[in-house]
Design a protein around this ligand. Structure first.
Ligand code: SF4
Length: 459
């Protein structure tokens, strides 16, 4: 039997699809490159933006035709954030879908296609996704407690639930044993990691490979946090880099930021959504911080981790956002000079607080004007930042090799292109996927760097 999984949305959804694939593989299923070669098509959905929801609906339309052409010989499952606690509306909109599964409800899908399977005991604890290259996403805290007014995530993914350090460490070890060099620890607000876990004792909770040397009993007696997790997985054999996504200002602590500076494998990159540069808009969004607090965190990070690369997310045209308020967002972006900005035009999401209680006042054309203004500003800032990197040397993990061009990312998560003839000059060997190489930047655009490999990086 063969399955095909189509995934929309964030890294968490990608990680969920890989976990489902691992469960199916354990039951003997094989992956099909396309839905028309599969017995089971899974659509892992995202509804954070209207466009993502539209794409899933469009893909489901194609699957309906495929199912009809095969006289029903295709099972269709829909998983992810499109699926809430009630599915009546979805069932009437998409009557040809066989299985509805909420985010991470892998078992609902598996039980529907193989009702007699034994999924208890060690089935899930020992089911780790098959790595697709030298990098892997590892969810460490699921759900979100923040309830920003525009966001559907807490309603779909539930409250924050952290995995234990041991559980995460086992998954990281499994990935690295199969060639992964870099893991990205994922959470909707990743610094919330551990808040719901019990405090650990000095001796009993250290996972395999953990190194808590030098820690006081008081430190060891606290709840584990993201810094504890960094320490616990740091010595995993084969692991070269640790990343983490997505940051949330109110959950940040100085201890976590210091651990980024002190632990050599933790990459100096923070993605901290700003969302808006005006305090009233932030309050309307219920983001839980003021712009002054946000700016203070950025300064603190840059003071503790001087080489830190920073990226952010911005929503333009939120309910009631005036032109003057939007201008303040531009001013903050100009002031803080992020390496990268992900910008989106606000679209009301059914079920959210904003959808229920606020008016979507900003016309579509105005939202697009603001969106393009952010893009234009950020293009200039990113080009200026990147052009200053020409001539500097960066550690790059090679992740792809396409038509003679190697691609990878530096520690700050910037995309780097390497021409294939630019092999490691000292060793004379062309870098391969999974290699860490030192690269001198020869050219820069707003979006990427180009460089030449000098030598394998020391890890
Ligand atoms: Fe959504 Fe806010 Fe939670 Fe992020 S922090 S997932 S925007 S509710």
């Amino acid at each position: 039997m063969r399955y095909h999984i189509w995934t929309e949305g964030c890294q968490m959804n990608e990680a969920d699809s890989e976990k489902l694939a691992a469960g199916l593989a354990k039951l003997g299923w094989e992956e099909a490159a396309k839905a028309d070669q599969a017995d089971l098509a899974v659509v892992n959905t995202c509804v954070v933006r209207q466009k993502a929801e539209d794409r899933a609906a469009g893909y489901l339309g194609l699957l309906r035709k495929l199912k009809q052409s095969r006289d029903g010989g295709l099972q269709i499952a829909v998983m992810g954030c499109m699926v809430g606690p009630r599915t009546d509306d979805l069932r009437s909109r998409f009557p040809y879908v066989d299985v509805w599964a909420r985010p991470q409800s892998y078992e609902v899908v598996l039980r529907a296609v193989m009702p007699d399977s034994e999924l208890g005991g060690e089935f899930w604890p020992d089911t780790f996704p098959e790595p697709k290259g030298p990098t892997a996403f590892v969810p460490v805290v699921h759900g979100c407690n923040k309830f920003c007014t525009y966001c559907i995530v807490p309603y779909r993914r539930g409250r924050e639930r952290s995995r234990t350090i041991d559980d995460v460490a086992r998954e990281v070890a499994s990935h690295c044993a199969r060639g992964v060099r870099e893991v990205t620890l994922l959470g909707q607000t990743v610094e919330a990691y551990g808040k719901d876990l019990p405090a650990r004792s000095l001796d009993t909770s250290a996972p395999r490979g953990a190194d808590y040397s030098g820690r006081t009993a008081e430190e060891a007696g606290r709840k584990p946090d993201l810094a504890s997790l960094f320490e616990a997985i740091h010595q995993t054999p084969g692991l070269a880099r640790i990343r983490f996504l997505t940051s949330y200002p109110r959950d940040m602590t100085e201890r976590i930021v210091r651990s980024v500076a002190e632990l050599p494998k933790v990459c100096e990159h923070f993605n901290i959504p700003l969302q808006a540069g005006d305090n009233d808009v932030l309050a309307q969004m219920r983001r839980g911080y003021t712009i002054e607090e946000y700016v203070e965190w950025v300064h603190k990070i840059r003071e503790i981790v001087p080489d830190a690369a920073l990226s952010t997310d911005v929503i333009v045209g939120f309910c009631g956002e005036t032109d003057a308020q939007f201008e303040r967002t531009l001013a903050v972006l100009e002031q803080l000079r992020f390496d990268k900005v992900h910008v989106a035009a606000y679209s009301p999401r059914p079920g959210t607080i904003a959808w229920r209680h606020m008016e979507d006042t900003v016309p579509r054309e105005e939202k697009m004007r603001r969106l393009h203004a952010v893009e234009a500003l950020q293009e200039r800032i990113a080009r200026e930042i990147n052009e200053r990197l020409v001539g500097t040397v960066h550690e790059v993990l090679v992740e792809g090799d396409k038509e003679g061009v190697l691609t990878g990312r530096n520690r700050g998560n910037k995309l780097v292109h390497l021409r294939s003839e630019q092999g490691a000059r000292s060793g004379g060997q062309r870098p391969a996927i999974g290699d860490l190489v030192d690269v001198r930047v020869t050219k820069a655009t707003a979006w990427s760097l180009q460089g030449e490999a000098l030598a394998a990086a020391a890890v």
